[in-house]
Write a new protein. Structure first.
Length: 195
């Protein structure tokens, strides 16, 4: 699946599946994230045991993870978590994190598009995104891509510093997501980068 993609400024990245041999590079990526970016993540990604456990979920087929690589360094990570439960096997949860120097350059949208393709291959009909209230930038991106807020649960989760946070659950029908992704790419200046 290795693909070369261009961001808005023309910088090329390789999008590919995460493999077990990426553990050290993944730990470097997570370790370089500012604390403010790690604070709202679902897992403590600075804990190697936690990361190893997440990688085992990839090997077992419970999660599908991709990375963006630039100059041999991981600069973004994305996941589509598949539900093994019969009543929600048509759903997948999506998560994306991008290194600060690569933010606001379209890489997050590229990662979401690649996860969309993976969701379709896995017969996912509804994509779920969960985030904490302070993650305003992520909420804006997901809204722009057609996600709608389904619920807000006050003080439902704790960030990595132990503070209570509201949990926002957003969903998007896979077909609607494609319309928004297609519009985003066709109406942007990315066409200039592809010529």
């Amino acid at each position: 699946m290795d693909k070369t993609e261009k961001m808005k400024d023309g910088t090329e990245v390789t999008i590919r599946p995460l493999v077990p041999q990426d553990t050290d590079r993944l730990m470097d990526f997570y370790g370089a994230l500012p604390e403010e970016d790690r604070k709202y993540l679902k897992f403590d990604v600075t804990d190697r045991k936690v990361v190893a456990k997440r990688l085992r979920r990839v090997e077992s087929g419970d999660d599908i993870r991709i990375v963006a690589v630039h100059g041999g360094v991981i600069v973004a990570s994305g996941a589509l978590e598949l539900s093994g439960e019969a009543w929600s096997k048509h759903q997948g949860e999506i998560r994306v994190i991008v290194a600060r120097p690569f933010q606001k350059r379209g890489l997050g949208t590229i990662m979401i598009r690649e996860l969309y393709f993976i969701a379709v291959q896995n017969r996912i009909q509804t994509i779920v995104a969960r985030m904490m209230r302070p993650q305003v930038g992520a909420q804006k991106i997901f809204r722009r891509l057609g996600f709608r807020e389904e619920s807000m649960m006050p003080d439902f989760v704790k960030d990595l510093q132990g503070s209570s946070q509201d949990l926002i659950v957003m969903t998007c029908d896979v077909k609607e997501l494609w319309k928004q992704l297609d519009r985003t790419f066709s109406e942007s200046d990315w066409q200039r980068c592809r010529d």
